[in-house]
Design a protein. Structure first.
Lengths: 187, 132
C-alpha cells in the first residue's frame, strides 16, 4: 500500500536507506510505488510490464542511492527514470506486445467510479498517443509536474512540452466530444 | 468559479489520472529481489580516475603520420628543385653551344669574304712578276 502524499517523509529516511537500512528503503518505495507503477501502466498498457518496469526503476534507485541528494530529488529522479524507461521499452517492443488499456481501465474504474465509461475511453485514447506526448501528459496530469520539470525529466525543450500538451489536449477533447463523453463548449 | 470547458477538461484529466495502487505484495517482491547488501561506498581516498587525454591516445600515431607527410612533401620539393636546376644547366649548355656555333659561323664567313676578295681583286704588279 502506498503512503499518501499528505504524509511527509522524514529527511533522515534517505540517509538511513543509504546506510543500508532496508526498512527505510522499503518505506521510500511504498511512498512512490503508486506513481512509478501508474506511469508504467499507462505508458505500457500492461500490468505485468508495468510491474517489471517499476521493479527495474526501484532496483536502479537502490544502486544509485548515493547520488540522490534529497527526497525531492528522489521523486524527480524516479519519475524521470520511469518515463524514459517506458519510452525506451515502447521503442523496443513490437506494437503487438502492448494493447490499449483494458487492464489499465479496470484499475481506473476503481478510482473514478462515477463514470467508468469515460475513464475507460480517456485511458484508451491516452494509450493511443505516441510515447513522448503520452509521457508528457502523464507527468503533467497524473504527477502534476510543471512544464519546466517535465522538460528536464524528458530532456526536451519547454516549448516542445507545451506543444505536446496543447496538441494532446485538443486531440483527446475532440475525440471525447466525438464519442459524446464530453459536452462541447457552450457560448 | 472557473467555467471554462477546457479547464474543466484538464481538471477531469487530473482526477481520472490519479496514480493507482501498485499490485499487492509489490514491495515484498522488490525487497526480495534486492541484493543482500548495498555495495560499500569507498569514496574519500580513491584517487580520481584521470581520463587519458586524446593527445595521449593518438599522439604517437599522429606524430608519425605528420612526420611521414612532411617527409613526402619535402622529398617532392627537393626533387622539383633538382629537376629545375638540371633544366637550367641544360639550357645554359644549349646557349653556350649556340654561341660557339655563331662564333664559328662568323669566323667562317670572314674567311670566305677574304678568300672571295682575294679571288676577285685585280692582280697587282708584283703578282705579274711572280707569274713570269
Amino acid at each position: 500500500m502506498s503512503l499518501s502524499a499528505a504524509q511527509p517523509l522524514p529527511d533522515s529516511l534517505l540517509a538511513q536507506a543509504r546506510a543500508g537500512d532496508r526498512n527505510a528503503f522499503a518505506t521510500l518505495v511504498r511512498a512512490h510505488q503508486g506513481s512509478v507503477f501508474s506511469i508504467g501502466l499507462r505508458m505500457l498498457s500492461r500490468r505485468d510490464a508495468a510491474e517489471d518496469l517499476a521493479q527495474d526503476v526501484f532496483l536502479q534507485l537502490y544502486r544509485k542511492l548515493d547520488s540522490i541528494e534529497s527526497l525531492e530529488h528522489m521523486g524527480f529522479w524516479l519519475r524521470r527514470v520511469a518515463a524514459n524507461l517506458a519510452i525506451d521499452w515502447l521503442r523496443r517492443l513490437p506494437y503487438s506486445a502492448t494493447r490499449p488499456l483494458d487492464e489499465g481501465a479496470e484499475v481506473a474504474t476503481q478510482e473514478a467510479e462515477q463514470d467508468p465509461l469515460m475513464s475507460r475511453e480517456l485511458l484508451r485514447l491516452l494509450g493511443e498517443l505516441p510515447p513522448h506526448p503520452r509521457a508528457v501528459m502523464l507527468l503533467r496530469y497524473q504527477e502534476d509536474r510543471d512544464v519546466a520539470e517535465i522538460a528536464a525529466m524528458l530532456d526536451m525543450p519547454v516549448n516542445t512540452v507545451k506543444s505536446h500538451i496543447k496538441r494532446s489536449l485538443t486531440a483527446l477533447r475532440g475525440q471525447m466530444i466525438g464519442a459524446k463523453l464530453v459536452v462541447e463548449d457552450s457560448p | 468559479m472557473n467555467e471554462n470547458p477546457a479547464n474543466h477538461f484538464e481538471e477531469e484529466l487530473r482526477r481520472r489520472l490519479r496514480p493507482v495502487e501498485a499490485p499487492e505484495g509489490f514491495t515484498d517482491r522488490l525487497m526480495a529481489a534486492l541484493p543482500a547488501q548495498r555495495k560499500p561506498v569507498v569514496v574519500p581516498f580513491t584517487p580520481k580516475v584521470v581520463r587519458r587525454s586524446r593527445l595521449r591516445d593518438y599522439g604517437m600515431p599522429a606524430a608519425l603520420a605528420a612526420t611521414l607527410l612532411v617527409s613526402v612533401l619535402l622529398g617532392i620539393r627537393v626533387a622539383d628543385k633538382q629537376a629545375l636546376i638540371a633544366a637550367q644547366a641544360e639550357q645554359e649548355k644549349e646557349l653556350a653551344a649556340s654561341r660557339e656555333l655563331m662564333q664559328a659561323l662568323r669566323v667562317t664567313s670572314q674567311k670566305l669574304n677574304l678568300a672571295f676578295e682575294a679571288v676577285n681583286s685585280p692582280p697587282t704588279a708584283g703578282d705579274e712578276e711572280n707569274r713570269s
